[in-house]
Design a protein around this ligand. Structure first.
Ligand SMILES: NC(=O)C1=CN([C@@H]2O[C@H](COP(=O)(O)OP(=O)(O)OC[C@H]3O[C@@H](n4cnc5c(N)ncnc54)[C@H](O)[C@@H]3O)[C@@H](O)[C@H]2O)C=CC1
Ligand SMILES: O=C(CO)COP(=O)(O)O
Length: 334
């Protein structure tokens, strides 16, 4: 058992799962804003809303007081959706000791600024080591005891190895990677492709279509990721292709679910009304398109998803558009 105190912020599906996994290696306090969630984790060792079938470790402590969670923390783990990430981090700053590493679990971009979560951490908490834990990691499956692999990405080779020990366990294999930008963008950008795949699946598209979308989707994600400073090989790894496959094919993915509902003809408003969990791809799509324009990268699949989630066209129209586009060389966009 490590001596490092870990604070996990965010009592949703993934924050709770990472907190539960980490109790095997270190003392963990999870902060949730909802007092009923805190009470349920502390007393019933469950989080029924987000992880219906899971029993949580008794050693996992929950609190409603962000200061209590953060003040003694040696590592802070952020499991907060991208559009609320900054406001929670500003609260963290009031209580955090110097040089404590901050790890993001979040797979989205801030809409107004187009910033990655690690950029926001560095802006608000300069000097703190910053990392990302990412990969093909569907929360409910991991809580059900299925094996999974993940990546902890950080620039600092010494701290990353200490963090690797905190997160890994028998069934949760954690690799290190120095490419923070690539790992982070792999997690962000695959969500949009998963919506595209869902849109096809919702319209009854076949397995060949799904494979084509995933492959062409990964190509355009890689082009933008490399232009933004990520390494091409990262997008062929767990944080890139691995997460792309898991999210684009899983019945558990919220992003693919959004796509399926769009494919069946529902509007974003109708889908959002029926969902209480976050689907980061729909939120981040405008920021991704703005970045694609800024870096001069053509992203036809992401653009179609953007046009559907913003109501400019519907899934059927987007699908027809995709078929109309003439194909060039495989190494080119389109
Ligand atoms: N669920 C999964 O399988 C995985 C999710 N992720 C990423 O983790 C991040 C969090 O996702 P989930 O936990 O799945 O979402 P979720 O929808 O299950 O839960 C989100 C949680 O954040 C809390 N929250 C939202 N705004 C807040 C605020 N201002 N202050 C405090 N708490 C706030 C909500 O109350 C809720 O507990 C997302 O970026 C997601 O892409 C990454 C890997 C796997
Ligand atoms: O990132 C995830 C799996 O790695 C979770 O995907 P969804 O947010 O689409 O459920």
């Amino acid at each position: 058992m490590s001596e490092l105190n870990v604070a996990v912020l965010g009592g949703g599906s993934w924050g709770t799962t990472v907190a539960a996994l980490t109790t095997r290696n270190a003392p963990v306090t999870i902060w949730a804003r909802n007092p009923a969630t805190v009470d349920e984790i502390n007393n019933a060792h469950r989080n029924q809303t987000y992880l219906p079938d899971a029993v949580l470790p008794e050693s996992l402590r929950a609190t409603n007081d962000i200061g209590e969670a953060v003040a003694n923390a040696d590592v802070v783990v952020m499991g907060i959706p991208s559009q609320n990430f900054r406001s929670v981090l500003l609260e963290v700053k009031k209580h955090l000791r110097a040089w404590v590493p901050v790890v993001s679990l979040t797979k989205g971009l801030e809409l107004d600024t187009r910033m990655r979560m690690t950029e926001i951490i560095s802006e608000i908490l300069p000097g703190h080591p910053v990392g990302v834990l990412t990969g093909p990691n569907l929360a409910r499956e991991i809580m059900a005891g299925q094996a999974a692999a993940s990546v902890i990405a950080m620039n600092d080779g010494t701290i990353v190895r200490a963090l690797q020990k905190i997160f890994k366990s028998g069934l949760f294999r954690v690799y290190t990677n120095p490419d923070v930008i690539g790992c982070e963008l792999g997690g962000v950008l695959k969500n949009i492709i998963a919506i595209a795949v869902g849109m096809g699946d919702g319209q009854g598209a076949g397995d060949n279509t799904r494979a084509a979308l995933i492959t062409r989707g990964l190509a355009e994600v890689t082009r933008l990721g490399v232009a933004m400073g990520g390494r091409a090989e990262t997008f062929a790894g767990l944080a890139g292709m691995g997460d792309m496959i898991a999210t684009c094919t899983s019945a558990q993915s919220r992003n693919r679910h959004v796509g399926i509902q769009l494919g069946k003809g529902k509007t974003m408003e109708q889908i959002a009304d029926e969902m209480f969990m976050v689907a980061e791809g729909a939120k981040s799509a405008p920021a991704v398109m703005a970045l694609a324009e800024q870096y001069g990268i053509d992203m036809p699949i992401a653009r179609d998803v953007f046009r559907v989630v913003t109501g400019e066209t519907n899934a059927r129209g987007a699908y027809r558009g995709l078929l109309r586009t003439a194909a060039g060389a495989e190494s080119e966009p389109g």
